[in-house]
Write a protein that binds this ligand. Structure first.
Ligand code: ATP
Ligand code: MG
Length: 429
């Protein structure tokens, strides 16, 4: 019976494994192979004088990264990886890999990101890269769990839409029969409509599409958004949920991904909640001090400013009380000072992770805000109608899954947190 390589221990007597030829070392009378599957690596040792004829035939035709099946006796041996090796009775090439390989899986030769992404199927065979995606899977699983345990409904909203969420920029138009349509930038409007639908607590983990003009290390054209919306909740309530989600994700990875973290070389520190909160005005002051720039109320916090504040804060933190003019129309202004609103950003010291807010739930106020932003209400009727027939107060946020993983694992580029990135120049594979 075939077993995962990690289950073969020095105490095992006999094992059958399948995997890929990771490395070949030929010392004349002795040939060593490292065979790899997604769980680990094992040494396969062949003493030419003693090996069966079938095994000798195999090793003549074998190439790195070929798919093989190996069965034989297991011996404890200190020098080998995992303290054991197999002496094969059966050594079969299931499918031979061509050479040279487009990419070195052993990572002895560092490869450019473009080369790696062009041969992504090989790149993800690298134990270090594979570990990132095992951790990504764990993170998304932990987030799902959190929402289910807390009574949220898992929703799926359309990705083909007729109207932009927040005005016309960053939109991908698509050919939709005789109509104009777009790929959705965010499930925002649909989450809100479902608050009018009485769902009360929803979440969605799905794709968002943004036509980002410029290539940066933290933007993708197709990203994965963890989104939630909650009725009868304000911005503070959903900030607490956001904190919990981040901590739960880190906790799960810390508890179950030791080996993957070790492969990446990360000593994971679980952030402590509650995260500190600073107001937008305080963030401006820190940024002005840190950058020497003279930032004024209403200015966006650019990358440099964000980094300066992040350096000073040093941990995950929230920026709250944003100017109404620079947040989307659906963010609710404070009653006593409508120049600021109940919006927040969750920040990692390196970058923004999430934006959220308590939303406007009154129809007329929402229409006013849309118009104040210079947007027309044409095409928005489907979104506005629910606000006239019993819309509860509600709040929510959206967090980029790739940014969560990128910052957790200290990856230099967001493309390292997604299998097949879409950016300005990359549409394949
Ligand atoms: P930024 O200012 O960093 O470009 P944003 O404020 O435009 O982000 P939001 O509209 O607030 O983004 O989206 C909520 C979250 O979704 C962001 O905080 C981020 O984590 C993620 N996100 C948004 N756009 C992208 C993108 N192009 N690539 C990856 N993640 C994204
Ligand atoms: Mg934002």
């Amino acid at each position: 019976m075939r077993v995962p390589i990690c289950e073969v221990t020095p105490e095992t007597e006999y094992a059958e494994i399948t995997g890929w030829i990771h490395e070949i070392r030929d010392l004349g009378g002795l040939t060593f192979f490292l065979v790899r599957d997604r769980t680990g690596i094992i040494q396969v040792t062949i003493v030419r004088k003693k090996a069966p004829e079938g095994v000798l035939t195999t090793i003549r035709e074998i190439s790195r990264e070929s798919v093989v099946r190996v069965a034989g006796t297991v011996k404890a041996i200190d020098k080998a990886v995992g303290g054991r090796e197999i002496t094969p009775e059966v050594f079969e090439v299931i499918n031979r890999a061509e050479s040279p390989l487009p990419l070195d899986v052993v990572e002895k030769v560092p490869a450019e990101l473009d080369t790696r992404l062009d041969a992504r199927f090989l790149d993800v065979r690298r134990p270090r890269v594979n570990a990132v995606f095992q951790i990504r899977s764990t993170v998304l699983d932990a987030v799902h769990d959190y929402f289910f345990r807390n009574g949220f409904i898992n929703i799926t909203t359309p990705k083909i839409v007729a109207a932009a969420t927040e005005g016309g920029t960053e939109l991908f138009p698509i050919a939709y029969f005789e109509k104009e349509a777009f790929l959705n930038q965010s499930p925002q409007l649909y989450k809100q409509m479902l608050m009018a639908g009485g769902f009360e607590k929803v979440f969605e983990i799905g794709p968002i599409f943004r036509a980002e003009e410029h290539n940066t290390v933290r933007h993708l054209n197709e990203a994965t958004s963890i989104d939630t919306e909650v009725s009868f909740a304000d911005h503070n309530d959903v900030m607490k949920i956001l904190e919990d989600v981040v901590v739960v994700a880190y906790d799960r990875v810390a508890a179950t991904c030791d080996e993957h973290l070790a492969r990446i070389g990360i000593d994971l520190e679980v952030p402590k909640s509650p995260f500190p909160r600073i107001t937008y005005t305080e963030a401006l002051e820190i940024a002005s001090r840190g950058t020497g720039e003279d930032l004024a109320f209403g200015d966006d916090l650019g990358t440099v400013a964000e980094k300066a504040v992040g350096r000073e804060m040093g941990v995950h933190y929230f920026i709250v009380d944003w100017p109404t003019e620079i947040k989307p129309y659906y963010a609710m202004p404070y009653d006593d000072d409508p120049t600021i609103c109940r919006a927040f950003d969750l920040m990692h010291p390196r970058m923004e992770l999430s934006s959220g807010a308590q939303r406007i739930h009154r129809h007329d106020q929402l229409v006013d805000q849309i118009q104040a932003k210079g947007l027309g209400v044409d095409g928005f009727e489907f979104y506005l109608k629910p606000f006239r027939y019993g819309m509860p107060p509600h709040a929510g946020w959206g967090m980029g899954a790739e940014r969560l993983i990128m910052t957790m694992l200290d990856l230099a580029n967001i493309r390292d947190a997604v299998l097949f990135p879409r950016d300005r120049h990359r549409l394949t594979p």
